[in-house]
Structures are given as structure tokens and as C-alpha cells.
Design a protein. Structure first.
Length: 252
């Protein structure tokens, strides 16, 4: 049985004070299920410390939305894995489609970030997913396969709880059009198969979560699918009541 996993990706939202309030709101609501569900909040870098304080002792874990692969040095604007650990992070999101598309992050960059983050002891949520054009061209599996292979080949994962793969079809992110549970399950099962070829038996114990317009209204049907182990939540994670409800439903 894989433990359910729900992460809130706040993206470029929340100033310090509102971040603290949101984190406290979620922490208060989900306390009863943090043994059954891994809950991660990923605020922007500038709110990491305030959220770290707000969730201290609550069972919620702190995550960052990105990381750089070098340890230190002349990389203006970048944040190292050790800096994230220092700020209280246990998790980091890597390869989000907004970074791949808006900031031109490549598979190779994503892979360097994964290696650096794992080496520092961080746990990694790696995102994969196809564009609408690729979906309509019937290329979903090819695209996602390529991203998973690049992210995982040669990686040694002994502890499956340290890696989460997020399937986030780009056409479903922030659009209100989520993939149907069946569509998502098909891709999740494919990802598990590829991960199994690369990592071996441990792939059965890696969480594969869905992202893209997840709300309190569709989480239950998504989680009813055998290979959907949780969610990476964007927009809905900015509301304490919606995020709480998603986590509680994941714990049912
Ligand atoms: P969304 O974003 O829930 O707002 O669609 C998900 C994500 O990008 O992680």
C-alpha cells in the first residue's frame, strides 16, 4: 500500500503574512490525517521560513518549488539544495511545466537538479506531462516516456518514499479542465511501467500523483484509480478550506 501524497504548489503567490495564515489554516484542518497522508506545502522561496514556523510540529512538510544544481558560487538568483535544507525544506518540486515552458528548462537541467537535490537528502517531486498539441497528436506516451527516462535513468532509489512523480498534463494546469480519472490512470500506469524498467521493483512503491485542476470535487474519483496516489494541487491549494478538504478526502 502506498501512502497517499498531497502537495500544494503555491507558485508565485502569497506574501509572508498571508502565507503564514494559509499554512496555519491548512495545518489546523488536516491534523487528523497526517499519519495517513503525506502533506507538503510548497510556498515561494521568500515565504519558506514563515511557513516552516507555521507548520512546525504539525506533521506537514515543507517543500520548495525549484532548486539549482550547483552547491554554491556565482549563480545570481539561484538557490542551492543546501539552502533549501537550511530553510527547513524536506521536499522540492523539480521540472514543473511552467519552468520547462516559461523558463526553458530542459530534461537535462531537470535531471541535474534531481541528482543534486537527492544528494543533499531532499525528497523530490518530479513533474512530467504533455502539451495540448502533443496530446492531440497522439504523442502523450512518447513525450511522458522521454521525460521519465531522462529523469530516472541510472538513478538509484533505495527508499521509494524519497521520490514522487507528478503527472501534470499541461492542458489541465490552471484551466479547470482536469484529465478524466481514466485518462490519468492510463498515463500513470504507463509511467509506473517505465519506472519499473528503469528502477526495478522499487517502482511499485513510488507514489505517482496527478496534477492539473485538482479540487475538492474531483479528488475522490481521481484517487479511486489504482495508480493515482495523490495530487499536486495548484490553484485550490491557495484556499485553506479547499486544500484541507482535498487532504481529508485523500485520507478517507
Ligand atoms: P492547478 O496547478 O491545480 O492550478 O491546475 C497544478 C500545478 O501546476 O501543479
Amino acid at each position: 500500500m502506498r501512502k497517499k501524497f498531497v502537495a500544494g504548489n503555491w507558485k508565485m503567490n502569497m506574501l509572508g503574512k498571508e502565507a503564514g495564515q494559509l499554512a496555519r489554516g491548512v495545518a489546523g484542518g488536516v491534523a487528523s490525517v497526517t499519519d495517513e497522508v503525506d502533506v507538503v506545502l510548497a510556498p515561494p522561496f521568500t515565504a519558506l521560513r514563515i511557513v516552516a514556523e507555521a507548520i512546525e510540529g504539525t506533521g506537514i512538510r515543507l517543500g520548495a518549488q525549484d532548486v539549482f544544481w550547483e552547491e554554491r558560487g556565482p549563480y545570481t538568483g539561484e538557490i542551492s539544495p543546501a539552502m533549501l535544507v537550511d530553510a527547513g525544506c524536506e521536499w522540492v518540486i523539480i521540472g514543473h511545466s511552467e519552468r520547462r515552458n516559461v523558463l526553458h528548462e530542459t530534461d537535462a537541467m531537470v535531471r541535474k537538479k534531481i541528482d543534486a537535490a537527492l544528494a543533499e537528502g531532499l525528497r523530490v517531486i518530479v513533474c512530467v506531462g504533455e502539451t495540448l498539441e502533443e496530446k492531440e497528436g497522439g504523442e502523450t506516451v512518447t513525450v511522458v516516456d522521454g521525460q521519465v527516462e531522462s529523469a530516472l535513468s541510472g538513478l538509484e532509489i533505495r527508499d521509494p518514499s524519497r521520490l514522487v512523480i507528478a503527472y501534470e498534463p499541461i492542458w489541465a494546469i490552471g484551466t479547470g479542465h482536469n484529465a478524466t480519472p481514466e485518462e490519468a490512470e492510463f498515463v500513470h500506469a504507463t509511467i509506473r511501467e517505465i519506472a519499473g524498467k528503469i528502477l526495478g521493483g522499487v517502482a511499485d512503491r513510488i507514489r505517482i500523483v496527478y496534477g492539473g485542476s485538482v479540487t475538492e470535487d474531483n479528488i475522490t474519483e481521481l484517487l479511486a484509480e489504482p495508480d493515482i496516489d495523490g495530487a499536486l494541487v495548484g490553484g485550490a491549494s491557495l484556499r485553506a478550506d479547499a486544500m484541507t478538504s482535498i487532504v481529508l478526502k485523500a485520507g478517507e
